[in-house]
Design a protein around this ligand. Sequence first.
Ligand code: F6P
Length: 532
Amino acid sequence: MSTWDDLAAHQASVGQRALAQLFENENRAAEFSARAEGILFDYSKTNIDATARALLIRLAEEAGVARRRDAMFAGAKINETEDRAVLHTALRDLNAKVTVDGADVMPAVREVHARMSAFARDVREGRFAGQGGAITDVVNIGIGGSDLGPAMGAQALAPYADGPRTHFVSNVDPAHIHDVLAPLDPATTLVIVASKTFTTQETMANAAAARDWMAAGVTDPAAQFAAVSTAEDKTAAFGIAPQRVFGFADWVGGRYSMWGPVGLSLMIAIGPERFDDFLAGGRAMDNHFRTAAFVDNLPVLLALVGVWHNQICGYATRAVLPYDQHLARLPAYLQQLEMESNGKRVAMDGTTLPMNSGPVVWGEPGTNGQHAFYQLIHQGTRVVPCEFLLAREGHEPELAPMHRLLAANCLAQSEALMRGRSLDEARAAMARKGLRGDELERQARHRVFPGNRPSTTLLYPRLTPFTLGQIIALYEHRVFVEGVILGINSFDQWGVELGKELAATLVPMLEEGADADTKDASTRMLIDYLRG
Ligand code: F6P
């Protein structure tokens, strides 16, 4: 029997037990939680017991997680389908010693970090100004990994933002760039075009629109553009001066890139020192991931809980529920990080995956979600494992009682999901309301909560730049560990290509009325409608 079989057999034998029963072990909370540098991860409100955990750890060991982790940090080409190293970790560890193909990659990383820090200071302190005065607004144009990281980070670290205002444009829907630019003054706006490839259709269309907008307001529009890209020939062709182009190597995947130049807009907003604190948080999580035993290792534990819920229990989705308004974009960020990384149908060797790939990740901040979709989480027929995140304190000391309300709601949800409310309890509640007989019975049934719904809770002291770095690196490594266990390549994204190619064939059909005969009848009908 394989470890997968052992896990399935174990799950079958314990699947029906009440989670609350597990707490008859008075040490359960301590035994099924782990801490790293101020962060507490509690997974005791899941059905994982000592046997399940031991089997899950065996799975990770058999998959070679430690060996593959060390290979990643050392610069080995673990992204095998693209023949690339995976070294986003080097962006946050400027003193690391890393070689790829025998060449030291760190001098270039340090050089770009120093240049972007200097540029961020120049913008913040007015040495780099617009044609109408100091820069008041920075617009980052990018999509996917060239947008979600800095956009999520700028919102997460809003309490630390003391530079120009930051804005993010990603969608090729003209409404996006139109609405963002409309209130801004071109003479005091800096546009950063962030695109690793500098070919992405949406980003190039938005960049061209921004250049036209800028040209209508200043005499030298290109002077207020910067670029974040690996394609220096293309940024030059766009007219952006080389001193304002910040490159990075192909071993940084888009969704792992916010630690380097893609984070430029965030760096300008919070300043290079705080950005370095963010890097330090990521580094601290790297060190933890590299050194802690699996049973104490946060990224490994998050991954093992994920595998248990998704591949073993068959729960197809996972709700990410930050009780932290500043993390409102975290679910969207994680959707790319997790679903683009681990939404794969074949293993590294090309064989069809024998188990489910990564889960559907979704969510919204608490407490808003409580008044929207938690109904289904509590009483729907599908189990949705929930991942709560909460800070011990916010950034508004004068409103501390509200933070306690927030915390109480967060803890109440995980408690309610686990305990539920039995039919007898519901009947008693209805009796207290004065109901009797059939009506009591009918009403009580609607008020039953099945309970036994698993959740985990991640607590952290405060959402500082350092803590955000820890959290993002934690999720990155969780994705990595899950990917290794599934035997897939978490670092390519071929699944996004087909739609891009087909979109290219459709543009002339929509624009110039080109022949649509090659398309299916549904697509032809839709084209006809859109042509008007
Ligand atoms: O569409 C997929 C993708 O390649 C993502 O992986 C990436 O983050 C995004 O597009 C943007 O790519 P680029 O930075 O090259 O514009």
